[in-house]
Design a protein around this ligand. Structure first.
Ligand code: IVH
Length: 668
């Protein structure tokens, strides 16, 4: 029996290896029929000895049933994004900032890689076993897409590394190669299936499906470019070490990953990849440079949502010439006035563009832009189109200087620009119609109150007809009022009324985010919701409390305090609650049954996932750590526990199973 078990394990290892050679590296080492033979042998053995089926067997990969809905999962460490540079000058400034911060006088060593245009995913391996996979989501919380990720054969269900790390979050991109994309689209066109616009859309569409059969039939590939949580990070001193470790563990990483020195090394790499770009079999939109030394990465940290130790050097995208017909000044939710050029409509890389941001007055001066100029317009990724430069040769006599207004175009209040700031702001605050309008749009948006069916046009009508003045007025709307609006019929009215009603139950963090406080995005809202038991506690907070929250700096803290100091904001919030908005607070972690107790989880749990177990423990005031020590109160052991159980026995830590965990919580 022992022999059979080891034969099965060996077959799994071989099949995993060949899967990764074939699907991941395009470098098959055996013929298709030899591969099929390996799989058939495994299936036969598993059939004869069903009790020896291993959970990581390739035969156990895909459940064919669609899932009911996506579960939200918090990442163990946030999934950051990257800031961009478009020029060598900006890149030099990036390296200089790093040198200044670290007091270095030598060139910085970077790992340079192509920037894949795919879908970011996070793979979580516990003791070497793929536990789950998530999308990036908002960077803090993603969606569980394990069922689809398991269909990607080049992603191993088990890491080869011995011993594997206790926990590792492997970060990378799911892509479809250009060749596979073309073949797939040709077949789809012939068979009447969906034809995709580009490989990225096809990959994203495949990962966000409830039914894993869809992803299984799409040629998805995964390339790792980094990690999030890594329990044995101290074993590595450089990013290159980690990449090497991932490769040795059976994870596919970029074959172009290169160690370069200083800005000049980066630029050489950029030029090489730019020249290769068309011949590469995957879509890229630039290159990424990451500081190689991990201790430097740690010292540099991150700001907002992007690390200070990495940057994306984007390829300049298509630039097209057009003409400025006029310049408008738009008022944002927080009063920032943005000059926007109205352009003669033009097709930029497949999208019709008729507006482009001019950012602010400094930019207009720097680029010497005048109303009526011929300009080069660029669209980079999903960002708002911008004017790169003007075509001076074509400048006629009729161009006009762009003059920044002194009064807000919406409410006529004064516009001020504080010293040292590039943004000019309307001082009308909650009296400014445009600020109110943008604030309402933010309030109803998907990540805030998520009121489906309440689009820009309806908001405009509601404002013009004076039916709403603030966000709390939305909850005083009734069918009679809504049906009186243009193009609203009975059915659409009913639908809107029920979305408004459904939006009343809202998590604390979304409630905070929806208020549109300056610089308070989703991540900050979550930090606030985690740190304040109730809304009243948040309203009554002070500078000291706010500054004690990780990631909240003095500017954001001041914005929060200023927001709650405005009587009108407070009245509106109180009215929201009076109108039936119910904030759902997360269970608090203090004064609870598992307070001061530390748990370690091992093995596979049956009645709940590891993440659920962790949540249950934390929601009852306990803490979960990854390794057993004398500080551990309990080791919760599931099936097939690893070496942690021996350590727990050695140092006398109490070992319990999941039922005992539940009764500990229920009975104290
Ligand atoms: S490193 C802290 N390397 O680009 C984030 N990212 O626009 C470090 N991406 O969120 C990311 N190729 O999903 C890195 N070779 C590469 C990449 C890459 C694509 C994605 C990644 C990131 C996004 C930012």
């Amino acid at each position: 029996m022992r022999n059979i078990e080891s034969k099965i394990k060996q077959l799994i290892q071989e099949i995993d290896f060949h899967n990764s050679q074939y699907h991941g590296l395009d470098n098959p080492k055996i013929s298709d029929s030899e591969f099929d033979q390996l799989v058939r042998t495994l299936i036969k053995l598993e059939h004869e000895y069903p009790h020896l089926i291993q959970p990581d067997s390739p035969t156990q990969r895909v459940g064919s049933k669609p899932i009911q809905g996506f579960t939200q999962v918090d990442h163990l460490t946030p999934m950051l994004s990257l800031d961009n540079v478009f020029s060598s000058d900006d890149l030099l400034s990036f390296e200089n900032r790093i040198k200044d911060r670290l007091s270095l006088d030598k060139d910085v060593e970077f790992i340079a890689e192509p920037k894949l245009d795919g879908v970011a995913v996070n793979l979580v391996y516990e003791s070497g076993k793929l536990e789950y996979a998530t999308t990036r989501g908002d960077g803090v919380t993603g969606e569980d897409v394990t069922h689809n990720v398991l269909t990607i054969k080049s992603i191993p269900m088990k890491l080869n590394s011995i011993p594997p790390p206790k926990t590792i979050e492997i970060r990378g991109e799911i892509i479809i190669t250009k060749k596979d994309f073309e073949t797939m689209n040709n077949v789809n066109a012939k068979t009447g299936l969906k034809v995709f616009a580009n490989p990225r859309n096809a990959a994203a569409g495949s990962i966000r499906q409830l039914d894993p059969n869809v992803a299984q039939n799409r040629p998805l590939k995964f390339y790792a470019h980094g990690y999030g949580m890594l329990s044995n990070q101290e074993d590595f001193s450089s990013h290159q070490d980690v990449i090497r470790f991932l490769r040795n563990s059976g994870i596919i990483t970029s074959p172009y990953s290169t160690l370069v020195k200083g800005t000049s090394g980066c630029i050489m790499f950029y030029e090489k990849i730019d020249a290769l770009r068309d011949s590469l079999d995957f879509e890229i939109d630039g290159v990424v440079y990451k500081v190689n030394k991990l201790s430097f990465q740690k010292d540099l940290g991150f700001v907002s949502k992007a690390p200070r130790w990495a940057i994306a050097h984007k390829f300049s995208s298509v630039e097209v010439e057009s003409k400025i017909i006029d310049v408008n000044f738009q008022v944002g939710r927080t009063g920032t006035i943005t000059p926007v050029a109205k352009l003669k409509p033009i097709n930029v890389g497949g999208v019709m563009v008729s507006n482009a941001t001019l950012h602010n007055m400094d930019e207009i001066k720097r680029k010497d832009i005048r109303n009526g100029d011929y300009v080069f317009v660029r669209r980079a990724g999903d960002v708002i189109p911008e004017i790169v430069s003007i075509n001076k040769k074509k400048r006629g006599e009729k161009t006009k200087e762009i003059i920044f207004p002194k009064k807000c175009p919406s409410c006529e209040s004064d516009i001020v620009r504080k010293d040292g700031e590039s943004a000019a702001k309307c001082t009308g605050g909650s009296h400014c119609p445009d600020q109110i309008r943008e604030g309402l749009k933010h309030f109803v948006s998907r990540k805030a109150f998520d009121i489906d069916g309440l689009g820009e046009k309806i908001i405009d009508q509601l404002l013009v007809s004076n039916m709403i003045k603030s966000t709390s007025d939305l909850y005083a709307l009734d069918a009679e009022k809504i049906i009186s609006l243009e193009r609203m019929a009975e059915r659409s009215t009913d639908k809107l009324i029920s979305s408004i009603k459904a939006s009343k139950a809202i998590s604390f963090e979304r409630f905070i985010y929806a208020q549109g406080i300056n610089d308070v995005g989703l991540a900050t809202s979550k930090a606030l919701a985690d740190n304040f038991p109730t809304l009243e506690d948040l309203i009554n907070t002070d500078m000291h409390q706010l500054m004690n929250i990780h990631d909240i700096g003095p500017v954001v803290a001041k914005n929060i305090l200023m927001f709650f100091a405005v009587e009108q904001n407070l009245n509106n919030i109180r009215r929201l609650i009076k109108m039936g908005v119910q904030i759902e607070y997360r269970p608090r972690h203090d004064n609870q049954i598992l307070k001061n107790q530390t748990f370690v989880l091992t093995g596979s749990l049956t009645s709940m996932s590891r993440i659920e177990a962790q949540e249950i423990i934390e929601n009852n005031g306990g803490r979960v750590t990854s390794s057993v020590s004398t500080k551990t109160s309990y080791l919760v052991a599931g099936k097939k526990p690893g070496s942690k159980i021996n350590k727990a026995n050695d140092i006398g830590v109490t070992i319990i199973n999941e039922d005992q965990l539940v009764s500990l919580i229920n009975n104290g």
